[in-house]
Design a protein around this ligand. Structure first.
Ligand code: FAD
Ligand code: EPU
Length: 339
């Protein structure tokens, strides 16, 4: 197995941050992963980072350890019942290509998650979500490699602690497991989710008369392409912060001072506030200092216009958190993994 030394991570993170890793290796089978973990003394002396597509990471400095790039490939139907197909995808499969594969085969349920960058293996990490669907809605189980013991464990839906951009793999089991594959429970008969008004609008614009999972996917692709920067052109990691979830009473208080503050019901007692709006109201939208900026079309997205350092993007995020806190008394939490 080849372990490369002193490798630039620029091609491996969607922010395009130019930092270096002490060591770097890919693995395309569990046997290779085991060999890397047990056979490499680096692992015992330095930290380890499991890397998927690098689209939810901000490197703020060189990584003084071993980066293991997940290259496990394969997609297959593993089971079915009257209403569902159970599709297993290996962790190194590209997420959007997996979505397109499911659409081609008429496996319904993840069409609203079209065009999310990154790999299948990272999708449970933060329970990826968009346009009214989260992976918890279609999740069946996953298999993960326990780094300390080398055992392979199966996690069902109730074991994963999925929440809004949360899972046990981000908290309780942080850095303990490598997700190897994920099995999704997809519908034979589609149930179209057009609860987001923008999807309806886009479908009308596209003059779609007969709804299909392909049409929804196309609509989502159009919407996303119109407001989110393409990492191949402008470095970014999608939403940099989570949308803050606050008690209803706090939201009502805020509404007295800021009547147009957008809020969505999170549950019976809580409201999710649009962080992009809070950031825009603080004057950050379109802000740029050097190559670090707040995107012109979506204030929730921080961008690297070329040669920004991760520390500059991080410093900008701190200033944004402080100004939103000062104006609204609402605390923003970073969604992106800071390394
Ligand atoms: P990486 O960035 O490589 O890793 C993310 C974290 O997971 C790291 O901590 C890493 O160590 C860990 N990890 C990765 N793979 C594994 C594994 N196999 N086992 C254990 N740990 C692992 N997210 C959304 O939820 N909704 C969106 O709509 C959305 N839109 C986006 C739009 C853009 C333009 C961009 C750039 C990002 C967007 N994201 C969105 C964020 C991102 O696409 C997701 O978080 C995605 O799941 C990250 O996948 P990745 O493979 O790139 O993960
Ligand atoms: N808004 C502004 N100004 C802005 C941006 C947004 O006022 O610059 C307000 C508008 O009122 C808008 C509302 O915020 O209607 C919501 O904006 P948008 O529909 O763009 O969604 P979002 O809440 O900013 C979330 C997710 C995205 C996901 C979309 C669609 C989070 C942190 N982000 O963004 O996920 O794609 O909804 O479901 O929940 C990601 O996680 O990386 C990501 C891109």
């Amino acid at each position: 197995m080849h372990i490369a030394e002193n490798i630039s991570l620029r091609p491996f993170n969607s922010f395009g941050i130019d930092v270096y890793a002490r060591s770097f290796a890919g693995f395309s089978s569990t046997a290779e992963l085991t060999e890397l973990i047990t056979g490499s003394s680096i692992f015992t002396r330095y930290p380890l980072l499991i890397l998927g597509g690098g689209s939810n990471i901000l490197f703020t400095k060189d990584f003084d350890g071993l980066v293991l790039k997940n290259e496990l490939k394969g997609i297959g139907l593993v089971n079915e019942d009257d209403a569902h197909y159970y599709i297993k995808a290996q962790a190194g499969e590209n997420w959007h290509r997996f979505v397109l594969y499911c659409i081609e085969h008429n496996y319904a349920g993840i069409e609203n998650l079209s065009l999310i960058p990154g790999n299948v293996g990272a999708s449970p990490m933060q329970n990826i979500g968009a346009y009214g669907v989260e992976i918890k809605d279609v999740f069946h189980e996953l298999q993960a490699f326990h780094l300390e013991t080398g055992s392979i464990q199966t996690f069902g839906l109730n074991d994963c602690g999925f929440g809004y951009r949360e899972s046990v793999f981000k908290k309780k089991y942080k850095d303990q497991f490598v997700i190897l594959n994920v099995t999704f429970r997809l519908k034979k008969q589609p149930v179209f989710n057009t609860s987001y008004g923008v999807i309806e609008e886009e479908l009308n614009k596209m003059q779609v008369h007969e709804l299909s999972i392909r049409a929804i996917s196309d609509a989502v692709i159009n919407i996303r392409s119109s407001k989110l920067p393409d990492p191949a052109i402008v470095g970014n990691a999608g939403s940099f912060f989570k949308n803050p979830v606050v008690p209803k009473s706090q939201y009502e208080e805020l509404r007295k001072s800021f009547p147009s503050i957008p809020g969505y019901t999170a549950n019976n007692e809580q409201i999710k506030i649009a962080a992009g709006w809070l950031i825009e109201q603080c004057g950050w939208k379109g802000y740029r200092k050097g190559d670090a900026g707040c995107y012109t079309r979506q204030a929730l997205v921080l961008v690297n216009y070329g040669n920004a350092k991760g520390s500059e993007i991080f410093a900008l995020s701190t200033s944004i958190i402080e100004s939103v806190s000062a104006k609204f008394n609402v605390q923003l939490e970073r969604e992106v993994n800071i390394i």
